[in-house]
Design a protein around this ligand. Structure first.
Ligand SMILES: [Fe+2]
Length: 239
């Protein structure tokens, strides 16, 4: 597997347009792409602050709160529908939620990348909806076990934006990916920092979040490694 680094979204788009083998490599899981500086510092901060504001808002504090698909929901507990062992806090927004307007610029940059990859079929799928998720893997062992996502979980290649920087916000751990071709995991945190995005096929590439500063004392659910992902999901999956 190769990790290809692009200085900007424009450079990534040029490769998609001019090099069919590059896009094929992304689709079959033989490579992943990093797009540097997709989000500005202000955009990454808005995402982190939105997650933190939701955590302290409301009478139930930071606990598993599901308000139905008309509003966002947030959780720290393991989702019983997920078979993947994980320790993180997460805010999830659907495209019709008001909260998402606070991070519209960040979300539209990600859907722009997905549009480049999928073309018109991406925007015309009327049985699908956008879902944005801000995740925090907390200092003191935040993690997600190695897994691949089921093929029909969401439409298109996965795009995740890093909202933290290893060395600044945490010391060790983070995203690792593994191709089908070898037993080696690639330490993605070496290649990216806050504001950078990764593009990969989550149903072909085994991926994990290795424990964040597992040996350090916990600083609560809000201090750690943050990321933002936008997926296109089927309506039937939330009913
Ligand atoms: Fe995944």
């Amino acid at each position: 597997m190769t990790v290809e680094i692009f200085p900007s979204a424009g450079d990534f788009q040029d490769s998609i347009m001019s090099d069919l083998s590059f896009k094929t490599g992304l689709q079959n899981g033989s490579n992943v792409a990093i797009i540097k500086n997709l989000l500005t510092t202000a955009e990454t901060l808005r995402c982190v602050r939105l997650h933190q504001a939701l955590a302290i808002e409301g009478d139930q504090g930071w606990a598993s709160v599901r308000r139905g698909c008309r509003d966002n929901y947030r959780e720290i507990k393991h989702n019983p529908l997920s078979k993947v062992d994980q320790f993180c806090s997460r805010s999830i927004f659907f495209e019709w939620n008001s909260c998402i307007k606070k991070i519209t610029d960040a979300v539209s940059k990600i859907t722009g990348i997905k549009g480049i990859l999928e073309g018109d079929g991406f925007v015309e799928k009327n049985d699908h909806f956008f879902q944005a998720a801000i995740s925090c893997y907390p200092v003191g062992g935040g993690m997600m076990a190695p897994h691949i996502d089921p093929l029909d979980t969401f439409f298109g290649l996965h795009v995740i934006v890093n909202l933290s920087t290893r060395g600044d916000d945490f010391i060790e751990g983070g995203l690792k990916v593994k191709s089908n071709e070898s037993d080696d995991f690639i330490d993605i945190e070496k290649y990216w920092r806050s504001g950078d995005a990764i593009v990969f096929n989550a149903s072909a590439v085994l991926h994990s979040v290795e424990p964040i500063d597992a040996a350090e004392p916990s600083l609560g659910f809000l201090r750690g490694r943050y990321s933002l992902s936008v997926t296109m999901n089927r309506f039937q999956d939330i009913n």
